[in-house]
Every structure is written in structure tokens, then in C-alpha cells.
Ligand binder design. Sequence first.
Ligand SMILES: Cc1ncc(COP(=O)(O)O)c(C=O)c1O
Length: 385
Amino acid sequence: MNQHRAHWSLDPQVAYLNHGSFGAVPRVVESAQRELQQLMEANPNLFFRTTLPPLMRAARASVAAWLGVSPDLFAFVPNASQGVITAASALVTRPRSQIVATSLGYGGVTLGLAEIARRTQSTLRIAEIGFTSGVQNVDDIADSVFAALTSETNLVVLDQVTSETASLMPIEQIVRTIRRVAPQARIVIDGAHSAGMLTPILPPDFDVWVGNFHKWLCAPRASAGLVCHTPLVAELLTPLAPSWGFEDGFPASFDWQGTSDYTSYLATPHAIEFHNTFNSDARDTHNRGVIDEVARQLHDSWGTSPDVPTEMFCPWMRLVRLPLARQLNKQQCDALVLKASNDLKTETMLMSPGDSTYLRLSAHIYNEVDDFMSLKRLPELAKNI
Ligand SMILES: Cc1ncc(COP(=O)(O)O)c(C=O)c1O
């Protein structure tokens, strides 16, 4: 077993190969959160009224400093889904607005955007980025977004790393296009996979950035952040549930969203501390190396090849196409994931973008190439699905 695996309480009988979906929390971070929960349970009245507010401000300042932004421009949100929808709800208030997203966007977020469009009698335009015969090249992606923009576009939502296709989007190029063609549009970046994996985490230009800490940074669930690029944008940002502190404006207005377990936010600085115990170049080289080698071996074994251009490979995740005669639907993918869990003792992720079915590889510092080798049997298991 890999030397770092002992830092996690992951089941030693299972090869955990899907960090990308829900993350995994290291033991020291789990115990930091548990201590905070004990403090909460020892005296809930004192905790919520007196202890929590300064702890929240301190956690906010610490995470903002790690992201390299002013604490006045940073707020905690539970997860990327709620963060992006919070930003979109705050920025799309006028009727008959126009929202643009891409066909590679996260399905849950796209559903949320469609509902915001419905409530405001607005339109949601989807920039089509083909995946049927592989993702197009970087220029084609910026062109697809360009084609969806109009002089009426109020909001564009873009993923830094796409969920289904594990692609690194050419964000800087797309944002430059938006600023030129639709300068009135606000840009919300869905950076669900960025914190912990990408350097730098934040792109140079955006209006609102939202990212999860409970994925690659290994913070407890649920913990994510929302960054406003300027004080002007911060003035527009309101929480999903306006409540106590609302009149104080961003970011204090986000601190209290009703009674909840806020210890995942308070423990996020501990996840940063754990993250910083590793040499970042060595971690990046390890994770990329594992992904490259596993993808090479699976492609060799299955006779398939990459569908995403190399420059769009995200660092620590990769899609590998399964050699199946037919595409699996969502239920069949889930059934095969469960079969791999039972028969191979591996936790994986399968998806079917375009017209094929893919394994989505994830590698963190606790993974090694050997952990993935039983997955060569996936096509054989798929026969009984
Ligand atoms: C691009 C993107 N956005 C949003 C999400 C949703 O993240 P969460 O469930 O933490 O809100 C994901 C999850 O993988 C994602 O990849």
C-alpha cells in the first residue's frame, strides 16, 4: 500500500479510485473537525452565539489568504452547486435576461440555471461543445461560446475543469472572447475541481469564482468558497437564504444560513495545513504520473485511445473509453460501478458523454498505478449489465 494512504481512514480492503466526486478527508482533518464538533456539543448555546462568529471570521480570513484574495471578497458556501446558483440568482434579477452555459457544464448546475431562467422569464443558451467524435480543439471551444453570445447576454457560466469529460477548459481564451463580444456579461467560473489541483487556482479574469474545498483540497464535506473579483461585484452578491447579518452585506451576509454544522468551514484551514505538508511539485508529478500510466495501460489493454486533446487533459483526472459495442445509460453505468465495487473492490466513476462510455480516472497522493489494474476487467463485467 502507498505510504500516504495511512493518512486517510479509507477502507484498506478497497481501492479508492474516485477522489474526484466527493473527495476523501485525511484523519488529521477529520479529528480537527471532530474537536470543533465536541466544542459545539459541549455547549451549543455558547458555541452558536459567542464562539462561532469569530471562528468563522478567522476561517474566512485564513482560506482567503490561501486563495490570495482579500477576506472582504471571499465567503464560504456549502458546495459548488449552491455557490454557482447563488451567484447566478444574485446576478440575474431582471426579467428577460440571457444566460449562457456550455454543453460540457455540470448537469446539476445547468438544471439550476434553467430554473433561474424560468423564474425570471429569461433564456438559457447552451454553447454546444461536441463530444461525439472527441472534444474539439481549444479554438473551437472558444468559438462555440462566441456563437452563443449576444449583445443581450447578462451571465456566462464556465467550468474550469469539466465534470463529465475531465477537460481543462481554455478559460482565459474564452473570457477574453466574452469581454470583447459581450462586455456587459458577468462571468461566473465553476471551479469545482480547482482548489488543491490547479496552480494557480483562480483564473486571471472573472466576476465570481466558486470552488469546492471538499474535493482535491480534502476538506470535510461540505465546504466550498465564493470569490468576488471586485468590491462592485461583491455588492451584488446575496446569499441563497438572506438571514441574520444580511444588512451587513458581503461577505458577512453569507456567515449565517440558519442553524447548521459549520465545522466543515472551520476545519478547512486544517485541510490547507495538511495539503501544505506535501511538496506541491512532487504531489503534482505523482498524481499526473499515475493518471498517465494508468490511462496508457488501460488504452493498451482495451484498444481505445483518448478523445480529449492532450492540452485539455486536466492534471489529476482522465477519461478512458471502454471498448463496448453499445453506450451504457446512466442506470447501466451505476450498475457497473456497483459491480466493480462488489467484484473488484474498487470505487470508480463511469459516464457516457457523446456516444460512448468512459471510465473517469482520479488520482490523489494516496493512489498508485497498481490500485487501478483490476479495472482492466471492466469490459468483461459490463457483459452482464
Ligand atoms: C464542474 C462541477 N460543478 C459542480 C459540481 C458539483 O459539486 P458539488 O456536488 O460539491 O456541489 C461538480 C462535481 O463534480 C463539478 O464537477
